[in-house]
Design a protein around this ligand. Structure first.
Ligand code: EPU
Length: 439
C-alpha cells in the first residue's frame, strides 16, 4: 500500500486507442453489497468484484467486525458474517466514506450500531442527515455523540419514509435505510428513493437473500421486513462510470475503441451527449459500444448533472476534459455536488480554459492541451487528468494516484493494452524538477 501511495502515472499523449477494453464490476454497487453480507449469518459469494483499494478497505472492516472474508479468485469474494460486532471504530471507518453504509445492515441484524461519523471530502461536505432521518423514520433511536452515531433499533418498525433532499435522492442513504428495513418488522415505503443502477443491484442481491422488496428501480420502494435472510451467490453489475470514462477516452483518442462488459442501458445520458457532440458511436450489442475520435471537430454541448437517469456527477469531470478540447463554449453544471470542480485547476495547468461560476464550469475548447505534472485530488478528477494526458502534447505526470486505485481497476494496464503509452512508476523515479511535492 505504501508503495502505491508513492506511485505516479506517466502518460505520453497523442497515441491512438484501438482494440477492446473490458469494464470491471461496479465499485458503488460492490461496496453496499459487501456491507449487506452482514445481514445474514450464511455465506454470500460475490462475483465480478472489481480489484480496488476501496473494496479491500471494506473487506478489512468486515473482518474487523467478525466476518470471515476470503478472496477466492481475483474477482470473487466469499463472506460469512456469523458472529459480528455492532461497533465500527474511527480508525477503520475514516479511510473510506462508503463505510457509512454499514449502519443499516448492523442496525437491521443486531438491532444496534455504533459507527464513527464519516467526514467530508474534497467534493463537498457530504452530510448524512437523510440517512439518519430514514433510521429515525423506522422508529430507531438515533444519537450523535463524540463523533459517533448510535442507533438503537430495538423497537424499530416499518413506516413510510420520504428520502428526498435539496439535491434530490441519496444513493447510499437509500441503500442504508433499505438494508435496515429488510430485517425490520412491518412494511416500509421509501419515497424519493434513489434509482441508480447500483441501488437496483443491491435490491436484487437482497432479494436473492430472501428480502421482500417491490418497486425496484422506481422512486418508491416497498419493503416487507422478514425475520432472517439467507446467503446468496451474486454477480455485481458492470461499472457504468468506468465504462463512461473509457467511452470518453474513445471519443478523445479512439481509432476504433470497443468498450465491452458494459450495460448499454445504463449509459443513456452519456450516449445522448456524445452523439449530440458528434462522436462516432456504434452500439454493437447490449454490452458493447465502439467509439472513435471524429475526423470533424466535435460540437460543444451543455451538460447538467442529475440523479439517475440524468447525467451522472461521477462522469462530469471526464466530460469536462472532452469539452476542453472541443471547439466552442460548453457549460457544465454540477447539481449534485456543486463544488465538484477539483479537476479544473489541474486542467488549467495543461492549457485548458475553464472558468467556474458557482455550480457552472464554462469550458472554452482549446486546439490542444500540453502535458504537465498534475495532482489527482479525488477519484473522478484523477480520471479526468488521465484522459487529458492521453491527448496532451508531450508527457503528463499524474501524482497522488492512490485516488485512482480506489475506484479504477488496473486503469493503466487496460489503457496500455489498447495502445496508450502510460505507465506507473515510483514517485522517487520522477524527475525532481518536475515534482511539485519534492520541495
Ligand atoms: N445529501 C444530503 N444529505 C444526506 C445524503 C446526501 O444532503 O444525508 C446530499 C449530498 O451532499 C449530495 C446529494 O445529496 O448533494 C446526493 O448525495 P448521495 O447521498 O446520493 O451521494 P453518496 O451516496 O454519498 C454516491 C456515490 C458517489 C456519487 C454519488 C452521487 C457511493 C459509495 N458513492 O455517494 O460516488 O458521486 O452517490 O451519484 O456509492 C465516486 O464514486 O467517485 C463517488 C463520489
Amino acid at each position: 500500500l505504501l508503495r502505491q501511495l508513492m506511485d505516479v502515472m506517466r502518460i505520453e499523449g497523442g497515441n491512438p486507442l484501438s482494440g477492446t477494453i473490458p469494464v470491471s464490476g461496479a465499485k458503488n454497487a460492490a461496496l453496499p453489497i459487501f456491507a449487506a453480507t452482514l445481514l445474514s449469518e450464511e455465506t454470500c459469494v460475490l462475483k465480478n468484484v472489481p480489484n480496488l483499494s476501496d473494496i479491500r478497505f471494506m473487506a478489512e472492516i468486515l473482518e474487523h467486525l467478525g466476518a470471515e472474508v476470503e478472496q477466492t479468485d481475483p474477482t470473487t469474494w466469499k463472506i460469512t458474517a456469523r458472529n459480528i460486532s455492532h461497533r465500527a471504530p474511527y480508525d477503520l471507518v475514516r479511510k473510506m466514506r462508503a463505510s457509512v453504509c454499514l449502519m443499516g445492515p448492523l442496525a437491521g441484524r443486531l438491532k444496534k450500531a455504533e459507527i464513527s461519523m464519516p467526514g467530508g471530502c474534497v467534493i463537498g461536505p457530504r452530510p448524512i442527515d437523510m440517512h439518519l432521518k430514514g433510521f429515525a423514520g423506522l422508529g430507531m433511536k438515533v444519537k450523535v455523540d463524540k463523533g459517533y452515531i448510535f442507533l438503537d433499533a430495538e423497537h424499530a418498525c416499518g413506516n413510510p419514509i420520504f428520502l428526498g433532499g435539496r439535491h434530490g435522492s441519496t444513493v447510499t442513504g437509500t441503500a442504508n435505510v433499505l438494508m435496515a428495513a429488510v430485517l425490520t418488522p412491518g412494511k416500509t415505503v421509501i419515497e424519493c428513493a434513489a434509482c441508480e443502477p447500483e441501488v437496483v443491484d443491491l435490491c436484487k442481491m437482497l432479494v436473492s437473500m430472501g428480502a421482500q422488496i417491490e418497486g425496484i428501480g422506481s422512486p418508491t420502494l416497498a419493503i416487507r421486513g422478514v425475520d432472517k435472510l439467507g446467503g446468496c451467490t451474486y454477480t455485481i453489475l458492470p461499472d457504468r462510470i468506468e465504462a463512461g470514462t473509457f467511452l470518453i477516452a474513445g471519443a478523445m483518442a479512439g481509432e476504433k475503441l470497443t468498450v465491452t462488459n458494459l450495460r448499454v442501458a445504463d449509459q443513456g445520458a452519456l450516449i445522448d451527449k456524445l452523439k449530440e457532440a458528434g462522436v462516432p458511436l456504434t452500439i454493437n450489442s447490449e454490452s458493447s459500444i465502439t467509439v472513435s475520435k471524429s475526423s470533424e471537430p466535435l460540437k460543444p454541448v451543455d451538460v447538467v448533472t442529475h440523479p439517475h437517469p440524468g447525467f451522472p456527477t461521477d462522469i462530469q469531470a471526464q466530460m469536462s476534459t472532452l469539452m476542453s478540447v472541443t471547439p466552442g463554449i460548453s457549460i457544465v453544471t454540477e447539481k449534485i455536488f456543486p463544488n465538484r470542480f477539483m479537476h479544473v485547476p489541474e486542467l488549467l495547468r495543461m492549457g485548458a480554459d475553464i472558468a467556474i461560476e458557482g455550480p457552472n464550469a464554462i469550458v472554452k475548447g482549446q486546439p490542444k492541451l500540453s502535458g504537465a505534472p498534475v495532482m489527482a485530488s479525488d477519484l473522478r478528477a484523477s480520471a479526468a487528468l488521465i484522459l487529458a494526458g492521453l491527448v496532451a502534447e508531450g508527457t503528463t505526470w499524474v501524482l497522488r494516484i492512490y485516488h485512482l486505485d480506489r475506484g479504477y481497476d488496473k486503469i493503466d494496464e487496460k489503457l496500455r493494452a489498447v495502445g496508450a503509452v502510460i505507465d506507473r512508476l515510483p514517485e522517487k523515479d520522477m524527475p525532481k524538477d518536475l515534482n511539485p511535492e519534492s520541495a
